[in-house]
Design a protein around this ligand. Sequence first.
Ligand code: MG
Length: 249
Amino acid sequence: MMNSEYTEYIKAYAKSQGLENLNIKAALIDMDGVLYDSMKYHTIAWQRLATELGIESTREEFYLYEGMTGAAIIDLLFNRAFGKTVEPEEAKRLYSIKAEYFLEVGKVETMPHADEMLNILRSNEITRVLVTGSAQASILDRLEHDYPRIFDNDKRVTALDVKNGKPHPEPYLRGIEKAGCKAEECIVIENAPLGIQAGKAAGCFVIGITTGPIPREKMISAGADIVFDTMNDFACALPELIKVLKGYC
Ligand code: MG
């Protein structure tokens, strides 16, 4: 889609919501696969855990589970393999093993061009709220270092803050609360189908970015309003996009 097509789409979307303009004030931003190039490591760690538990899996499937809490993924695997659920304490123990495996794979890199994207949001006075299904301390603790002054401490929603992970809207509903505005004044920035579903269910305008093997068609069918093929494409388009999202043109 070219820029002018985005403009048309956004105007039509606003109209469908009964609004003259979108008047976007906040961006609710996913972490894995958006701010960090971490999904390849998560999928390796999950498959290693599954194999050790005697559960057959493919690495690809774990890309599609992105956004679910660790406990929900563990439950899904146990249900499929053994027809049973996992006690919360046991799920917690298994998730901590997966978190260790994740660390062993290597040091996660930041997503190229994500810093540009975030700084454009900040300089345009769009409130930034982190909304992640992750509880991985090794990454959460690096956020301020890697992306200084982007996310205030009270503008973060992690797996520890919610009962239901994505695709449930709860994480994004909490994000909207923290942003201090209405759902229709928020955009969601996501790389995963379940996260996109969660953002739409929360009532937000959702922008998908393909930063891994999940094709854009899967983002569209999950409900993404606009999809960019790379973070660089998104960062380049963002200054113009913000003018339209804020209703300036
Ligand atoms: Mg993600």
